[in-house]
Write a protein that binds this ligand. Structure first.
Ligand SMILES: Nc1ncnc2c1ncn2[C@@H]1O[C@H](COP(=O)(O)OP(=O)(O)OP(=O)(O)O)[C@@H](O)[C@H]1O
Ligand SMILES: [Mg+2]
Length: 239
């Protein structure tokens, strides 16, 4: 059984479809990177996955259960974690407070105490330990993304959605962040990420999907897409 699935999803805004029958599935603890040109519908796909856009037809399945009609908080209670592209931390609060809010955001999802979840997160992100008292707004962009992921993982979701995690980071910091995302992927959560940086995104995921004009142009093992000469010339630059 797949941990997460979109089944022939048609979705858009104000009666105009942006996604024209998109299907995908992610195995439990697997990872999928969605890449594609600007305006191809990547963010719309993400919003449909997390419950911010309602499909006009098709289904969204989380661990085999139909969540198409659940809103975003309902999906969070069912184990879906989400890191939006922007405004994903409270900048005027400390890292510790951000993690506390992350846990309280999905009440009743885990029995573990704040201290237990905090220590699990510090094991995964040891870089955050010396920063617990620092205001999130005083961190670097890469550190803030780490806080946002840790906060989303506090309620122990089974599925994590990352919207353009490297947006706004320098190439060097983006590469460092993807090392951390690799850690998250190995930690035991099913991962869906949308990434503008095709190489980094496909490099960090098991599977890749190329979305063009709201349609799936290619999908398969991420390494295979990276090596495919046609994919490289069309979407990855000719390096
Ligand atoms: N809230 C909205 N209302 C109306 N149309 C929208 C809305 N959001 C996006 N669109 C339109 O949907 C299409 C796909 O946009 P989307 O943001 O999903 O693409 P994207 O692949 O994420 O692009 P980018 O790489 O630039 O982030 C675009 O034509 C866009 O103008
Ligand atoms: Mg987008």
């Amino acid at each position: 059984m797949s941990a997460f699935e979109l089944e022939a999803v048609v979705a858009g805004y104000g009666g105009r479809a942006v996604l024209h029958g998109v299907s995908l599935s992610i195995a439990a603890n697997g990872s999928l990177a969605v890449v594609g040109p600007n305006g191809s519908g990547k963010s719309t796909l993400m919003k449909t996955a997390v419950g911010l856009v309602r499909p006009t037809s098709g289904r969204v399945l989380l661990e085999g259960g139909d969540v198409t009609r659940l809103d975003a908080p309902g999906r969070a209670r069912r184990g879906l974690g989400y890191v939006p592209q922007e405004a994903n931390v409270f900048r005027n609060m400390s890292v510790r407070e951000n993690l506390k809010i992350g846990l309280e955001f999905v009440p009743g999802r885990v029995r573990a105490s704040f201290a237990q979840r905090l220590s699990a997160m510090l094991e995964l992100f040891p870089e955050l330990e010396p920063k617990l008292g620092t205001l999130a707004g005083h961190l670097s962009g890469g550190q803030r993304q780490m806080v946002a992921m840790a906060a989303a993982l506090m309620p122990a979701p089974s599925f994590l959605a990352l919207d353009e995690p490297s947006a706004g980071l320098s190439p060097r910091n983006a590469a460092l962040l993807f090392e951390v995302i690799g850690r998250v992927a190995r930690y035991g959560v099913t991962l869906l990420m949308i990434e503008q940086n095709t190489r980094l995104g496909l490099g960090a995921a098991d599977e890749g999907l190329v979305l063009v004009s709201g349609e799936v142009k290619a999908k398969g093992p991420a390494a295979g897409l990276l090596d495919d000469p046609q994919m490289r010339s069309l979407y990855l630059g000719s390096r």
